[in-house]
Design a protein around this ligand. Structure first.
Ligand code: FE
Length: 142
């Protein structure tokens, strides 16, 4: 499957609810946020590729993960520019940029402009939206 030609995955909410844990469903399909320092990956340094917990699309390489101190897994770039998409989020009296899986529209987290070089971006993700795949290496960096 080519990541540059993203084929959408659309499922009824009930189907997602059956396939996901309550926490995964709340975060990805209801735009929820897990409590900081509680997720599986916030301090993980295991190498691999982080996939969308809903549809399996490759989202982030562990090479771009950094310790943001926020309690959420943070990355300075997606694995491909079109792996994720962003939307304006004005909820909770804030202006933020929401990050979603480009294939299945899963809510992943938000992106901020206070990240490290080389991009200066901080993709602040929910562990519950991700699934680390330690077997897959990013072929583009091989
Ligand atoms: Fe997805």
């Amino acid at each position: 499957m080519s990541d540059t030609n993203v084929e959408k995955i659309v499922k009824p909410e009930e189907e997602w609810r059956q396939e996901l844990t309550p926490e995964q469903f709340y975060v990805t399909r209801k735009k929820g946020t897990e409590r900081p320092f509680t997720g599986e990956y916030h301090d993980s340094k295991q190498p691999g590729v982080y996939r969308c917990v809903c549809c399996g699309q490759e989202l982030f390489d562990s090479e771009t993960k950094f310790d943001s101190g926020t309690g959420w897994p943070s990355f300075w770039a997606p694995i491909q520019a079109d792996s994720v998409k962003t939307e304006d989020d004005r909820s909770l009296f804030m202006r933020r940029t929401e990050v979603l899986c480009s294939r299945c529209d899963a809510h992943l987290g938000h992106v901020f402009e206070d990240g490290p070089e080389p991009t200066g971006l901080r993709f602040c993700m929910n562990s519950a939206a991700l699934k680390l795949d330690p077997e897959t290496r990013n072929k583009n960096n091989a």
